[in-house]
Design a protein around this ligand. Structure first.
Ligand SMILES: NCc1[nH]cc(CCC(=O)O)c1CC(=O)O
Length: 317
């Protein structure tokens, strides 16, 4: 590499999963861009985010959107990094001025994985069992199915949460299957949950690269690893979230999946955190209409749940 081509600096959170994701992205960028083929052409820069520092409280309690993204976005805006690698699930639908998503390189299995030494299913859990999660989306859906279970707050990275389960702090927990698979830990899951009983978070399993909107050089290199079919599905999920004015901390699940014949299957739900109220809907239609279908599903849920529901939710979260 010559002095005229500085390395592409990829910002990542410092957790083991985030760094693994950054490595995946680095390898893909290097394979897709001859200009980045040299071993030192892409540098990974770890950046600590609020979500990494605050590991005790519930995400919803810490409040605000962008807990896992703000410091990466600051680093982009300051020019300390050229692209940020995110789990797209953690990226708010509104990006700061001057930044934009340049690529969605891949989506692993979007479903949630179930871990329990007590039962392979949610239905089979013993009466009054404790389920460890800090996600209001998972909490609400579990409680809608099983009002008798007790939810205990589980935060921290994959390893921490599985250790808490092994230590008996809960009888079951849920984790995104994608993260497990990327850490080669998928075989530890007791089961993978059907979206019909546990709808995943918006863009769960998808990676995304964020850049400065005006940085043409980086945007061109990064766009080489965009997967347009995946991007269309996850952008549709984000459009639905936008209609519902939610973040990854609100009890909202959305999944847009490709079907045969250039069609998509859209599912969405909103729930009250204690599971006492839950509205769900679905659509199927042409891939080209994915965004409109997902938005329409969001509007239906807004109408059915009512403005009061969202006002109460906003107050609570
Ligand atoms: N908010 C935490 C978070 N953000 C992304 C992932 C996993 C990877 C993914 O969904 O892409 C996780 C952990 C989890 O939900 O279990």
């Amino acid at each position: 590499m010559t002095a005229a081509t500085p390395p592409l600096r990829l910002g990542s959170r410092g957790s083991p999963l985030a760094l693994r994701q950054a490595e995946i992205v680095r390898a893909r960028l290097q394979a897709a861009n001859p200009a980045l083929a040299a071993p030192d052409a892409v540098e990974i820069v770890p950046v600590k985010t609020t979500g990494d520092v605050e590991t005790k409280r519930r995400l919803a309690e810490i409040g605000g959107k962008g807990l896992f993204t703000k410091e990466l976005e600051d680093a982009l805006l300051d020019g300390r990094i050229d692209a940020a690698v995110h789990s797209l699930k953690d990226v708010p639908t509104w990006l700061p001025d001057g930044l934009s998503l340049a690529a969605v390189p891949e989506r692993a299995d979007p479903r949630d994985a179930w871990f329990s030494p007590k039962s392979a299913t949610i239905a089979g859990l013993p009466e009054g069992a404790r389920v460890g999660t800090a996600s209001l989306r998972r909490q609400a859906q579990i409680l809608a199915l099983r009002p008798d279970v007790r939810v205990v707050t589980f935060r921290g990275n994959l390893q921490t949460r599985l250790r808490k389960l092994a230590d008996g702090e809960a009888d079951a927990t849920l984790l995104a299957h994608a993260g497990l698979a990327r850490m080669d830990m998928a075989d530890r899951a007791t089961a993978v949950l059907d979206p019909a009983e546990m709808l995943p978070g918006v863009a769960q399993g998808a990676l995304a690269l964020e850049t400065r909107a005006a940085d043409t050089r980086t945007r061109e290199m990064v766009s080489a690893i965009d997967d347009p079919a995946v991007a269309r599905c996850v952008h549709a999920e984000r459009a639905c979230l936008d209609v519902l004015d939610g973040s990854c901390q609100t009890p909202i699940g959305v999944l847009v999946e490709p079907l045969a014949g250039e069609r998509v299957y859209v599912r969405a739900l909103v729930a009250w955190p204690d599971g006492s109220e839950c509205w769900a809907t679905e659509r199927t239609g042409p891939v080209a209409d994915a965004g409109a279908l997902a938005r329409d599903a969001g509007h239906e849920l807004r109408r059915r749940a009512g403005d009061d529901f969202f006002a109460r939710l906003a107050e609570m979260i």
